[in-house]
Write a protein that binds this ligand. Structure first.
Ligand code: HEM
Length: 195
């Protein structure tokens, strides 16, 4: 359910892009009831450079808002690196491009996309728990039990800032496109092998 008007607008505008992302061949192992270990490792390896690049946005967020809202992105990156180590998989050696965000509205749009991805991650981690999978899932579960509360707090904070909704949506859509391009580039460099 949408938390507020800005959230509803963001979700509606990005839903088709989210569908493209969660149907991306590289991420398919994450959506399978019992993921193939190799495919799962490659998916995490492909996501790692995105979370590295995201750290720069966090620094800009702290400068702009001087208020820690949302998920601990450093902890998520550490969890991702730990999962990759368990899987004996290196991060994909491709630096992810990151769209510039020089205004509050753009920072909020980007944060929506990255923190929102933890919701899907938690759903996947919960499914892995149910199926008794031994795949490491510190990254997918990194949002933790208080994820719904942090998510609502982020969306409330975003609305309070009264940013230009069009600029927030534009930044979120731009980031979704950048993520899709990044995954396409990974596939071009390493064609996906299906089990
Ligand atoms: C880098 C990849 C991904 C990004 C950036 C992303 C982004 C997002 C965002 C922004 C939301 C919040 C939507 C809202 O406003 O309610 C969301 C929710 C969700 N995503 Fe993703 N997502 C990604 C990958 C996936 C994948 C692979 C799946 C697997 C099928 C998935 C499943 C979901 C689900 C189930 C929710 C809703 C969770 C809930 O409402 O509790 N996502 N995602």
């Amino acid at each position: 359910m949408a938390v507020n008007g800005l959230h509803r607008a963001l979700r509606d505008a990005t839903a088709p892009l989210h569908r493209q992302l969660d149907h991306h061949p590289l991420l398919q192992p994450l959506t399978q009831p019992v993921p193939d270990r190799h495919g799962y490792a490659i998916a995490l390896a492909a996501l790692q450079p995105i979370h590295v690049a995201y750290q720069t946005t966090l620094a800009a967020w702290q400068t702009h808002f001087a208020q820690p809202v949302g998920l601990d992105a450093r902890a998520r990156l550490d969890a991702l690196d730990a999962d990759l180590a368990t899987l004996d998989q290196s991060p994909f050696p491709l630096r992810a491009r990151w769209p510039e965000a020089d205004r509050g509205a753009a920072l909020i749009g980007q944060r929506y996309v990255i923190d929102g991805s933890a919701l899907g991650g938690l759903a996947i981690a919960t499914r892995l728990d149910r199926t008794g999978s031994d795949l490491p899932r510190r990254f997918l579960a990194a949002g933790g039990a208080d994820l719904p509360a942090r998510w609502r707090a982020l969306l409330a904070f975003a609305e309070q800032q009264q940013p230009d909704p069009a600029a927030v949506i534009d930044a979120a859509c731009t980031l979704f496109h950048t993520l899709l391009d990044h995954l396409d580039q990974v596939v071009a460099l390493q064609p996906v092998r299906y089990p």
